[in-house]
Design a protein around this ligand. Structure first.
Ligand SMILES: [Zn+2]
Length: 113
């Protein structure tokens, strides 16, 4: 499962950061998940539950922040929300959107102790 390897990466990132800061426990992880990142939020939550077992993140609160997809038309500069990277511009029907939001998939912040 795609989301499981992402969950493992998140655990790795948080663990190595916490070790560097000489922390023992990760209390909270804030993760930005873009609508166009290809990640299913529910699957990621499920995968994280399994991935954190026996790690510093075992009791951490997973705060998943959903970022909606947004595009800017390369023809008329209209901005619009989209849930696919192919959605044509609603104003001029040009099918060449510049996706400027929604591909995020990153650990935004950590609370450690
Ligand atoms: Zn347009």
């Amino acid at each position: 499962m795609h989301e499981f390897s992402i969950a493992m990466d998140i655990v790795d990132i948080a663990t190595s950061y916490s070790r560097k800061e000489k922390a023992n426990v990760v209390k909270e992880v804030e993760i930005e998940v873009g609508q166009l990142s290809g990640v299913v939020v529910e699957a990621l939550e499920f995968s994280l539950e399994a991935a954190v077992k026996g790690t510093m993140l075992e009791n951490a609160r997973m705060n998943l922040i959903f970022i909606p997809g947004k595009a800017r038309c390369t023809n008329c500069a209209q901005e619009y929300e989209t849930d696919t990277v192919y959605m044509p511009c609603p104003a001029c029907q040009t099918g060449a959107p510049d996706i400027f939001q929604g591909r995020e998939l990153r650990v935004k912040s950590l609370i450690i102790d």
